[in-house]
Design a protein around this ligand. Structure first.
Ligand SMILES: [Fe+2]
Ligand SMILES: [Fe+2]
Length: 204
């Protein structure tokens, strides 16, 4: 039975479409693939934060706030890697990230520096929000109690990151503009989720 997101989580994340409940079962039976994909998600989060610092070096709050996130995301990567090792599983190859590529399609092309910056923050907020929602699903729905606890920790971290990117957007850009664009992103992501195949070998 489809369990809707709690009002609380929905309010925090703003996501318009909860993950298909079949996904958790699929993910659980493809643990090597899901851990591999998760590992690369964490790696990409770290490298994207580095590149955001490089592209926005004049924004000192952003530099201060994102520097520790790089370390944290890299720490997440290492945690997932350790989990693979412990289970005698192999870190596989990085796959094409359809979800993120489709989100990039929605990013403003051209536009003013502020518009581009805003989308850089919102795409990150959205990926963090969806990752958080997916980790929440795993932390609630997996059979293995150890894995439920494992994903709970990631869920909490990514919720914090989601908030951070929204806050950074609102620090540099008028809140009304941020809210309007965020709504458009949420709508787009809902359609994207609706039209994406449910697969257990990927986080998104
Ligand atoms: Fe992370
Ligand atoms: Fe994160």
């Amino acid at each position: 039975m489809e369990k809707p997101l709690s009002e609380h989580t929905k309010n925090i994340l703003g996501l318009q479409l909860p993950t298909d409940p079949r996904w958790v079962n699929l993910a659980e039976i493809s643990l090597e693939e899901i851990l591999t994909d998760h590992a690369y998600c964490e790696q990409k989060a770290a490298t994207t934060c580095i590149s955001l610092i490089q592209k926005n070096s004049e924004k000192s709050l952003l530099v201060d706030e994102l520097s520790p996130i790089v370390t944290e995301e890299w720490g997440h990567f290492r945690l997932v890697l350790a989990e693979l090792k412990k289970r005698n599983l192999q870190l596989g190859r990085q796959r094409k990230d359809v979800y993120v590529n489709k989100l990039i399609d929605f990013q403003v092309k051209g536009g003013s520096p502020d518009e581009r910056f805003l989308d850089q923050m919102l795409i990150m907020a959205l990926i963090e929000a969806r990752s958080c929602e997916r980790f929440k699903r795993l932390s609630e729905g997996m059979e293995d109690a150890y894995m439920r606890k494992f994903y709970r920790k990631f869920m909490e971290s990514e919720a914090g990151h989601y908030t951070l990117f929204i806050n950074l957007a609102e620090h540099y850009i008028d809140k009304k503009i941020v809210r309007k664009r965020w709504k458009a992103w949420l709508e787009y992501e809902k359609e994207l989720m609706n039209s994406t195949e449910v697969r257990g070998d990927r986080i998104h």
